[in-house]
Design a binder for this molecule. Structure first.
Ligand code: F6P
Length: 320
């Protein structure tokens, strides 16, 4: 394979730039020409294709966001949109594609592979950590660390005022950001889409913790359950403790990637290009049990994300 393309798609995630760098440099190492496609699938349809050189990716390993920019592109779900995308690839003689993105982006990659025979490799780039086939997605670690930084600060002021903090983190269907930031910040309670909650039970747990001498409580709520304002309102109606809501929001999606995300980016990007160089397409790269893996992209997108109930119970056992 002599010409490959690369795009980032869906919500951005810290580490995408480091992955772009790894793909471009690995491609050049194998003697390939690498083309960046700006604005994800939307840019692929609009022919926003730029050649990427060694120096195009200088000084970006530490940067958040994505230099190729990104878009959520519903048109990629239509036949017309897909044909436009394939036309652009043909125009530039691009024989293989690397797609960095989440669930929706992988579905586009699957279509290109399965229906149009374009060898495509998926790199899981989303803060949500909602893909079952990989233990971690790119950006998750940085996003959780951003949440931790904010929750640490909230704990300071909540303790001073003996308050309850309701912190909303991202995750519409997947509670991993809430689960990991809850455990790592010492939050007393997490509320996730995967587990039904009972407000009275939460009130009882807050009361018991106060009887044991606690001066504040942190409740991490995944956005898919309820917004922080609404949750705080409902809780306040059931408790005399003072409740304050905070929505962390898009801050979670920005920032310099952590070491863990930069390492994943380097390895995912390199693995994707190694596969294309061997003429292998239609794979998703990931990490499982600390090893970089690849698997059929169609199988990868069809796996249903499971929730780690053991970790959820761990939080309940150690956060009192
Ligand atoms: O998929 C990543 C994600 O950050 C989700 O956690 C969140 O629900 C969503 O994107 C927000 O999307 P947008 O930036 O389009 O508002």
């Amino acid at each position: 394979m002599k010409r490959i393309g690369l795009l980032t798609s869906g919500g951005d995630a810290p580490g995408m730039n480091a992955a772009i760098r790894a793909v471009v440099r690995s491609g050049i190492y194998f003697g390939m020409e690498v083309f960046g496609i700006e604005r994800g699938y939307a840019g692929l349809m609009d022919d926003n294709v730029i050649p990427m050189e060694m120096r195009s990716v200088s000084n970006i390993v530490q940067c958040g966001g994505t230099r190729l920019r990104t878009a959520r592109c519903l048109e990629m779900m239509t036949k017309e949109g897909q044909e436009k995308a394939v036309k652009t690839l043909e125009k530039h003689g691009i024989e293989g594609l690397v797609v960095i993105g989440g669930d929706g982006s992988f579905r586009g990659a699957k279509t290109l592979s399965e229906d149009y025979g374009v060898p495509t490799i998926g790199i899981p780039g989303t803060i949500d950590n909602d893909l079952e086939y990989t233990d971690y997605t790119l950006g998750f670690d940085t996003a959780v660390n951003t949440c931790l930084d904010i929750i640490n600060k909230l704990r300071d002021t909540m303790t001073s005022h003996e308050r309850v903090s309701v912190v909303e983190v991202m995750g519409r269907r997947c509670g991993d950001i809430a689960l990991y930031s809850g455990i790592a910040s010492g939050a007393e309670i997490i509320v996730v889409p995967e587990v039904a909650f009972d407000m009275q039970d939460i009130v009882d747990r807050i009361n018991r913790s106060r009887e044991r001498g606690k001066h504040s409580n942190i409740i991490v709520v995944a956005e898919g359950v309820m917004g922080a304002d609404e949750f705080a309102k409902q809780l306040q109606a059931n408790t005399t403790h003072s409740v304050r809501p905070t929505c962390i929001g898009h801050v979670q999606r920005g920032g310099s990637p952590t070491m863990a995300d930069r390492m994943l980016a380097a390895q995912f990007g390199n693995k994707a290009v190694r596969l294309l160089n061997e003429g292998i397409g239609n794979r998703a790269v990931g990490i499982r049990d600390n090893k970089i893996i690849d698997m059929d992209i169609i199988e990868a997108v069809s796996m249903k994300k499971t929730f780690n109930y053991e970790l959820y119970e761990t939080l309940q056992m150690i956060s009192m």
